[in-house]
Design a protein around this ligand. Sequence first.
Ligand SMILES: C[S@@+](CC[C@H](N)C(=O)[O-])C[C@H]1O[C@@H](n2cnc3c(N)ncnc32)[C@H](O)[C@@H]1O
Length: 258
Amino acid sequence: MTDIDQEIIDAYTVIFDGLQHLGPGDPCVTGQLVEQLQEDLPAAARVADFGCGTGASTLALAEHLPRARILALDMNEPFLAQLNAEADARGLGDRICAVTGDMGDPPPLDGVTGQFDLVWSESAIYSIGRSNALSCWHPLLKPGGWLVFSEIVWNSDADDRNKKVAEFWETEYPDITTTDAVLDELTSAGYITTDPVLATRKSWASYYEPLRKRLNVLSKREDRSPALVEVMTELEKEIEIYDSAGDEVAVAFFIAKF
Ligand SMILES: C[S@@+](CC[C@H](N)C(=O)[O-])C[C@H]1O[C@@H](n2cnc3c(N)ncnc32)[C@H](O)[C@@H]1O
């Protein structure tokens, strides 16, 4: 990793310090989806949350699966420190193993690599490329295990998209596609698919509204590094797009079985 990469990671750490969501998400949606899978999971399930950030989904998973062991994996240690503090405060710390590492090559949980009953990942699969992630994660599941991830997708025909919004997402995330195309990718990677679930607008608001306030506070600071200014500018642009967007883009949860 170069010094510049580290400066950018540090900028994200400063911006998201104290924030619960690092991407669109809603612990209620996470909880509802886990409850739907609960009957098909062993009580003491082995669970992984890849790119867990400060742990909004990890904590929801631990609360809804009261005997599960959870590997909470993120490349950014300060996010995990925040997760650990909150997990301890909620009495969940003994079941969450928060580890720094690469979701493309995850470390073992309790001495065993893979063998997960459930792999979860919210707003993070893009980090290592969706196609790469789908093939890396398949062998980590037990036969019959589940993969659940959220991903930003087109939710309208190309002709109906606001031009500014479409240009933004095509530039920022060239891998953006439709739910049908992601389902095809899942099938090609060997998963059995179910119907995707579109998250509500609240999932976006619970990410962007606290972030908007945080950026406003940080913008008054005079000691901002160039990397911090750069990341803040990108996020401000994303919020501007969120403000002007309708339903062109959506966050979809994909629920697939080994
Ligand atoms: C947009 S955030 C989402 C975090 C969290 N799931 C949430 O919804 O709040 C993406 C996360 O993935 C982490 N990340 C990026 N690349 C990673 C990698 N290769 N391995 C593990 N974590 C990674 C980042 O540090 C960040 O916390």
